[in-house]
Design a protein around this ligand. Structure first.
Ligand code: AMP
Ligand code: ZN
Length: 139
């Protein structure tokens, strides 16, 4: 499986960096975003390292998309947001800050005014862990 030693998401896959894991299978991993826009904001990645949609294999992309749909359903059940975006960004011009392909599972609130290129603001780790438990219970 392709791995990039300095990639933060590869290091999460390897267990070298802690994360609030929600779900994993042989191909994919879902975990909480540490800078959540809203409660329940989480990420889904292929375990193998592909920087963007331009390098990823169709099978790895499909596996990540399937996991994103599964996790989105759990977020919807656990948190009942007003809506939910799946966002997958490619390259700095698209505000991709971590070059390991990922889907944002991003719950939305009515009139939250969110722009696609939101800024990163650290979340409360204890609250993120508590929300992760609620999503896991809905998986
Ligand atoms: P993007 O800016 O679209 O590439 O999204 C990358 C996301 O990864 C951002 O929302 C960050 O908050 C998130 N992120 C970065 N480092 C970590 C980490 N160690 N654990 C969880 N999420 C992270
Ligand atoms: Zn990586």
């Amino acid at each position: 499986m392709a791995r990039e030693p300095n990639c933060i998401f590869c290091r999460i896959v390897a267990g070298e960096i802690p994360s609030d894991k929600l779900y994993e299978d042989s191909e994919t991993l879902a975990f909480m975003d540490i800078n959540p826009v809203h409660d329940g904001h989480c990420l889904v990645i292929p375990k193998a390292h592909y920087p963007t949609v331009f390098e990823v294999t169709p099978d790895a992309f499909a596996a990540a998309a399937c996991t994103a749909a599964k996790v989105a359903a759990a977020v919807q059940t656990a948190l009942k947001p007003d809506g939910l975006n799946l966002i997958q960004s490619n390259g700095p011009g698209a505000a991709q800050s971590v070059p390991h392909l990922h889907f944002h599972v991003l719950p939305r609130r009515m009139r939250d005014g969110l722009l696609i290129n939101w800024g990163l603001k650290p979340g409360d780790r204890a609250r993120i862990a508590e929300i992760a438990g609620r999503i896991r219970a809905a998986l």
